[in-house]
Ligand binder design. Structure first.
Ligand code: SF4
Length: 305
């Protein structure tokens, strides 16, 4: 009965239950330990506890585990699969495998395709850590430009784009990242980031790199422009705050202060996952949501009934 995107693990006194939404927007997988089954949203969690990966829970499947074993009920299927592409771009850990695709391989492959789509002459490829590292390595491999560590991450602060106040977000970026001056000074840098939401982080980082002596900063994004909001649980800002929705690519480049800017194409992104476009949700790039999104006032929201 519940619409939208979700992956649930429910425990009762004698039962463990896993539920994946009918479109498979969110991941959920099944693992095996010596003394029983485990469920996790990402396969990397199985590795941590030494469990063996058994399989992904299917879209619309309910798994019930109790002392008699495992029972699978396929209660409802969406009219198609629609795995969230942003799991591969940003959300999932790169050591996870989702629906048969390694997140690390997908990110690296996205970087390689990005290098083919948007080549540039430069001295070093750097990543905005951590999610962009595999894409930067892919870009470096495909372009022949060496990969280097240009930014160091403070691991004790949270995600910047969900901070409510602009000033707070800008301070957060400086708290979160610091350039490695000896690596970037005097160099033409290709900086790989996984996505641009508001553009705040990109502008701050480009400015920090220039202050650290970078001669040129070429920004390459391993996903297409985010032009629509997510209504499936991902905390995107309102559409007017999505820089990709309100500015052209050249205007974004100017706003961020980069010497050049290139985004991965939708086709390139899909190819990087090795999956079929019709099995993915690409709504934040294309605006075609896999299911109807109800309206309340002038806002689209999901509700359960
Ligand atoms: S709209 Fe974007 S972030 Fe939301 S589920 Fe679809 S692909 Fe993922």
């Amino acid at each position: 009965m519940i619409k939208g995107s979700y992956a649930l693990v429910v425990m009762t006194g004698d039962c463990l239950i896993g539920v994946r939404d009918p479109y498979g927007l969110r991941p959920l997988c099944l693992g095996l330990l010596a003394d029983g089954y485990v469920l996790a949203s990402e396969s990397c969690a199985l590795d941590v506890i030494g469990a063996e990966f058994v399989r992904d829970v299917e879209p619309g499947e309910i798994i019930i585990i109790n002392k008699t074993g495992l029972e699978s009920r396929k209660v409802q299927a969406g009219n198609r699969r629609a795995s969230c592409i942003f799991e591969y771009i940003y959300f999932a850990r790169s050591d996870s495998v989702i629906d048969g695709t390694s997140v690390y391989e997908a990110r690296k492959s996205a970087g390689k395709i990005l290098a083919q789509e948007h080549p540039v002459e430069a001295d070093m490829v750097i990543a905005v850590p951590d999610t962009s590292i595999p894409a930067a390595m892919g870009y470096a491999e495909a372009s022949g430009i060496p990969f280097g560590e240009g930014l160091v991450k403070n691991r004790y602060v949270g995600r910047t784009f969900i901070q409510p106040e602009q000033e707070l977000r800008e301070t957060s970026v400086r708290l979160k990242l610091n350039p490695v001056r000896c690596n970037v000074s005097g160099k033409r840098i290709v900086m790989i980031d996984d996505s641009i939401v508001r553009g705040t982080t990109g502008r701050q980082i480009v400015s920090m790199l220039r202050m650290a002596g970078a001669r040129e900063v070429h920004l390459r994004i391993s996903s297409p422009p985010v032009v629509h909001c997510c209504h499936f649980g991902i905390d995107t800002p309102d559409r007017e705050q999505l820089i990709g929705a309100v500015k052209t690519i050249e205007q974004i480049r100017v706003a961020i202060g980069a010497d050049s800017l290139g985004y991965l194409s939708i086709e390139g992104l899909v190819r990087s996952t090795g999956r079929r476009a019709e099995h993915l949700c690409l709504a934040c790039f294309q605006g075609e949501y896999p299911m109807e999104v109800p309206m309340v006032g002038n806002k689209k929201v999901f509700e359960s009934k």
